[in-house]
Design a protein around this ligand. Structure first.
Ligand code: NAI
Length: 479
């Protein structure tokens, strides 16, 4: 494959193959960048210390969603009699759930590895570090140094903890360790009621674990519209998931018999183990970023809106960049940077459009599911003043009634303007986010969507009905 420019500057210091791009980290952001750059004709080295696919494929999105699917199967069996199908759960074999998740990951990994090699990308196995070789940034892996005109930092994130906690992997766990448990605990404390916390709490409850979520802020999933948090808390209460909100951890002790915690309000809790899900931090320490002149702000790499760092030709993508830490944002960043480089090199005529965080769809796969895109009502009011909202209750949606799910679709529009936020909760609403993101990303007005015909009976009708109502012509609602 031809290198487009300046191969002399892109030569490995030890005379190995020259590259147009060196990508540090082969997770969602890194491999997406490598694949798009290779498609555009660039030569690419992809440096990875573990496996291509990163956190999302091996320790995050894919295995957790497999676990959550197994949890849904358990709930379907347990709740079968309400549909006239009587069944009982014999046992939950967590090792079997892990084996199933592993098989999914294994197939995806094989496919991805094939894609990477099929595109002529050179995978460099090892721990990479940013260094300044002859005054120019480069990536060093062991005793080899790789130089290229374009370096992409894509080292991702790690599970954060608290200073008062000792993560031992047995009683106090990160989500990565919790995914590898081969036996279910009888009880668990989930520290942090964000995305990871509510997903694990949901799955464990479906498997019969006695779960208590401890969240420092006043509500669960605080990044979502407050109506979503309220509905989730109601649903979780019904599922007998215990929740303590507005209370941070003060002390924690763990031994063979379990974990005992005291909260700042004096409450004491006890469980067999505790999952720590208090956020993920950008993986930037000890990688030579600052030494090479790359500005880092509170751990995050500082970038321009075109994702270039303070060093020309060095870009950062994915969880390293402050904003929603989502795999699909990483993919989008990776593709963006490859195209940006191609545009600057004259290979692509058009510069890619910048990525707007508010337009990135968000899904939380707990039961009930949460899916949203754009601004919440409070944020929209702060930003635009007057807004209009409409909430369509899934009680009026035939397919949701068939599924016996509760929930709603809430729309936020600028006063007499386009829809700028869509917030949904209920079984399977994750699948509605595709249409929702087209609406907000294309600045659609309620009347635009009201003209589209939604298949009956499907949950997509709930989106259609909400827009019909907001356009002033409700069908199955009071508008
Ligand atoms: P998060 O930021 O979503 O939630 C962490 C929660 O912990 C916050 O609500 C915070 O207030 C709380 N917290 C912090 N310190 C605390 C303390 N001392 N005591 C009690 N609560 C405390 O982070 P999370 O859930 O760890 O997830 C990390 C990242 O991974 C997120 O950015 C998330 O978007 C991403 N992710 C996305 C998924 C998806 O898209 N479905 C699934 C899992 C993770």
């Amino acid at each position: 494959m031809a290198a487009f420019y300046d191969t002399a500057r892109a030569t490995d210091a030890h005379g190995a193959e020259p590259f147009d791009l060196v990508v540090l980290g082969a997770g969602s952001g890194g491999y997406a960048c490598a694949l798009r750059a290779a498609q555009l004709g660039f030569t690419v080295a992809l440096v990875e210390k573990d496996k291509v696919g990163g956190t999302c494929l091996h320790r995050g999105c894919i295995p957790t969603k497999a676990m959550l699917h197994a949890a849904e199967v358990a709930d379907s069996v347990r709740g079968g009699s309400q549909f006239g199908v009587h069944a009982a759960i014999d046992k939950i074999d967590l090792a079997g759930v892990v084996a199933y998740a592993d098989s999914v990951v294994g197939r995806m990994y094989k496919g991805l590895s094939g894609l990477v090699s099929g595109n002529g990308i050179t995978v460099v196995q090892g721990n990479g570090r940013l260094t300044a070789q002859d005054g120019r940034p480069s990536v060093t892996v062991g005793d080899r140094t790789y130089q290229a005109r374009n370096l992409i930092l894509a080292t991702g994130s790690y599970p954060r903890s608290l200073p008062e906690l000792e993560i031992d992997g047995a009683k106090i766990l990160t989500s990565e360790q919790a995914l590898r448990l081969d036996r279910l605990p009888a009880s668990a404390i989930v520290l942090g009621g964000g995305v990871i916390g509510v997903e694990f709490a949901s799955a464990w409850r479906s498997f019969g674990v006695d779960v208590t979520i401890v969240e420092a802020l006043p509500r669960l999933v605080s990044g979502e519209d407050s109506s979503i948090s309220n509905a989730l808390e109601r649903a979780f209460r019904k599922r007998k998931i215990n929740m303590v909100t507005g209370a941070a951890l003060s002390e924690c002790q763990a031994d063979e018999s379990g974990v005992r915690v005291e909260l700042v309000d004096g409450q004491r809790l006890e469980a067999e183990l505790m999952l720590v899900a208090v956020g993920r931090g950008p993986q930037t320490a000890g990688l030579g970023f600052q030494e090479s002149g790359v500005d880092v702000d509170d751990g995050f790499v500082r970038v321009t809106e075109r994702l270039e760092t303070s060093v020309s030709g060095v870009y950062a993508v994915g969880d390293l960049v402050r904003g929603p830490q989502l795999a699909h944002r990483g993919f989008a960043h990776g593709i963006f940077v490859a195209e940006e480089i191609a545009n600057r090199a004259g290979v692509l005529e058009q510069a890619p459009a910048t990525i707007v965080d508010a337009n990135v769809p968000r899904v939380t796969y707990c039961d009930p599911e949460i899916a949203s895109v754009g601004l919440g009502e409070a944020e929209a009011r702060t930003r635009f003043g007057e807004v209009e909202t409409f909430t369509y209750d899934l009680a009026g949606n035939g397919k949701s009634q068939i599924l016996k799910t509760r929930g709603f679709v809430k729309l936020v529009r600028r006063s007499s303007g386009p829809v700028i936020g869509i917030h949904m909760i209920g079984a399977r609403v994750s699948e509605l986010v595709g249409e929702a993101q087209l609406i907000t990303n294309w600045d659609a007005f309620p009347a635009d969507v009201a003209d589209l015909i939604h298949a009956h009976p499907s949950q997509t009708e709930a989106l259609g009905e909400a827009h019909l109502a907001l356009a002033g012509k409700p069908l199955h609602s009071h508008g």
